[in-house]
Design a protein around this ligand. Structure first.
Ligand SMILES: NC(=O)c1ccc[n+]([C@@H]2O[C@H](COP(=O)([O-])OP(=O)(O)OC[C@H]3O[C@@H](n4cnc5c(N)ncnc54)[C@H](O)[C@@H]3O)[C@@H](O)[C@H]2O)c1
Ligand SMILES: O=C(O)C1=N[C@H](C(=O)O)CCC1
Length: 267
């Protein structure tokens, strides 16, 4: 039985995960964290009736319970501290929360390697978003010019999305040099060319935030007189993220250190 802590248990994704972990025969929810609703039963908040797990207000209280894996779906400003605390406590970590980049993950990886703890982080745990990433990495072998457009809801607090950030950071190691005019050579308002993301050959990412969007991501490839667009659109439920997150929960203990992307554990 894998003992699981869910941080962000009253959130949009957290509530769906509470129900899914409770139903899974090989998983046991041992603690639930949320800034709101402390003291209430996690199952009641998730809409499945009482399950005997009281919500605690912070990760320290949750880590006082014996657990194998902490799953984090909280907020960009909180997730890194949660991950480092879990690693220090000897608990494997699955990161769903967006907002972290390559440097944050390098720090988490170092801490995890040192303690022999597994961490799996994915900008997007949905299967079709992961397929988009796989197809984009394939296309980047043949097409040098690639840019990303990230669309999300008006109130999303982080930019770019975790989906676009992981994609750009990974593509930066696979892509060739673009043929488009270097941004430093341009006149006008350079910010309109977007943000350069990635450690190797960065990818321009353009983020749109407005009502009417949930989370979409487009990867554009251009060659002379032809182009390719790969696009992922998420709907309004958290269901697409549950299966991938539970797969990560089941696999995270297999290997110490950080693995990024659902593709890192898909067969
Ligand atoms: N990787 C993926 O596939 C994926 C999918 C969906 C959402 N996300 C990301 O997951 C995160 C959460 O998304 P959401 O829509 O469920 O958010 P939400 O706002 O609905 O829920 C956030 C939850 O975190 C809790 N929380 C916030 N700050 C906290 C703190 N400091 N300590 C403890 N608990 C805290 C809240 O009480 C709430 O339970 C976002 O960063 C989002 O972008 C990732
Ligand atoms: O709704 C959100 O917020 C989501 N965030 C993730 C991201 O930042 O890419 C992905 C899924 C939805």
């Amino acid at each position: 039985m894998i003992r699981v802590i869910i941080a962000g248990a009253t959130g949009w994704v957290g509530r769906a995960l509470v129900a899914a972990v409770h139903e899974a025969p090989d998983l046991a929810l041992v603690a639930a964290v949320a800034r709101s609703a402390a003291g209430r039963d996690a199952g009641e908040v998730a809409g499945i009736g009482p399950i005997g797990v009281e919500i605690v207000p912070d990760v320290d209280a949750a880590l006082a319970v014996q657990a194998d894996v902490l799953v984090d779906y909280t907020k960009p400003g909180a997730v890194k501290e949660h991950a480092l605390k879990a690693i220090a406590a000897g608990c494997h970590v699955v990161v769903g929360t967006s907002g972290l980049g390559a440097e944050d993950y390098a720090e988490i990886d170092d801490a995890a390697e040192e303690r022999g703890i597994g961490v799996i982080a994915a900008g997007n745990f949905s299967i079709t978003a992961t397929l988009m990433k796989r197809f984009a990495l394939e296309a980047a072998k043949y097409v040098p010019d690639v840019e990303i457009i990230d669309y999300a809801a008006a109130q999303k607090p982080d930019v770019p999305s975790g989906t676009a950030r992981e994609l750009a950071e990974t593509l930066s190691f696979e892509r060739q040099h673009p043929t488009s005019r270097p941004i430093d050579d341009l006149t006008g308002i350079r910010e309109t060319r977007g943000g350069a993301i990635g450690l190797s050959t960065p990818v321009q990412v353009h983020s749109v935030r407005m009502p009417g969007y949930r989370l979409s991501c487009e990867v554009l490839f251009g060659l002379d007189d032809e182009r390719l667009a790969l696009r992922h659109d998420a709907g309004s439920s958290a269901a697409p993220y549950v299966g991938g997150t539970l797969l990560a929960v089941r696999k995270v203990a297999e290997k110490p250190g950080l693995r990024r992307g659902l593709d890192s554990i898909m067969d």
